[in-house]
Design a protein around this ligand. Structure first.
Ligand SMILES: Cc1cc2nc3c(=O)[nH]c(=O)nc-3n(C[C@H](O)[C@H](O)[C@H](O)COP(=O)(O)O)c2cc1C
Length: 204
């Protein structure tokens, strides 16, 4: 059976959301399907206002641990906070004690894509930080690697987010830079290769 895939993201200013859409396109181009979900905001509207955050697009459903359990594989979109995942994502994981103790996510497949303000801002460390959560849940990490994107991954003429850990974008210090064409292409390639990898598995 084809894998049931979810793309789950948190995006304060829209960068990760754009990558999520490009990842979905890649999964569909590879012959699969994916459902988009977002992680619920935890900050007050007062704080969000001070951060010039536009607020969440309510048309995309919110994920819950029980909903995520219904999927075989998921791509998670993470905007960096201090080289780690944001509290909004942490709050989601902190609600997954049931899945932790019952193995609700055990043996499922997970990939990652990230957004940072800058190069060196945490493209790789954000993914590394997620490994602990994956390990404790028994989620099998599927990296992007180099094989399907060697040309893009080795381009040095243009600044580009993304790494063998997963697709990525650089948002700039004020979030003024939206994902570039190259970063969106890499995210689409990531979606394709994630689907290619997980569809090798025989899901009952
Ligand atoms: C509290 C806070 C901490 C941040 N920490 C980092 C960081 O460590 N490194 C970095 O490059 N960007 C950092 N950023 C920038 C965010 O990663 C950036 O706003 C985000 O990637 C944009 O993606 P989004 O529009 O999908 O939310 C931080 C932003 C905030 C608000």
């Amino acid at each position: 059976m084809a894998p049931k895939i979810a793309i789950v993201f948190y995006s304060m200013y829209g960068h990760i959301k754009k990558l999520a859409e490009a990842e979905k396109k890649g999964i569909e181009e590879a012959g699969g399907k994916a459902d988009l979900y977002q992680v619920k905001e935890t900050l007050s509207s007062e704080v969000l206002g001070k951060m010039h955050a536009p607020g969440q697009d309510e048309s995309i459903p919110f994920i819950t641990p029980d909903k995520l359990e219904k999927y075989d594989a998921f791509l998670l979109g993470i905007p960096t906070r201090y080289g780690n995942f944001p509290a909004q994502w942490k709050t989601f994981w902190d609600q997954t004690g049931k899945q932790w103790s019952t193995g609700g996510f055990w043996g499922k497949y997970g990939g990652l894509f990230v957004s940072t303000a800058s190069q060196g801002g945490g493209q790789e460390s954000t993914c590394l930080a997620t490994m602990s959560t994956f390990a404790h849940h028994g989620i099998i990490y599927v990296p992007l690697g180099y094989h399907t994107a060697f040309g893009t991954m080795t381009i040095l003429t243009e600044a580009r987010g993304g790494s063998p850990w997963g697709a990525g974008t650089f948002a700039g210090n004020n979030g003024q830079r939206m994902p570039s064409k190259l970063e969106l292409e890499l995210a689409t390639t990531h979606g394709q290769s994630f689907y290619k990898a997980v569809s090798k598995v025989n899901f009952a």
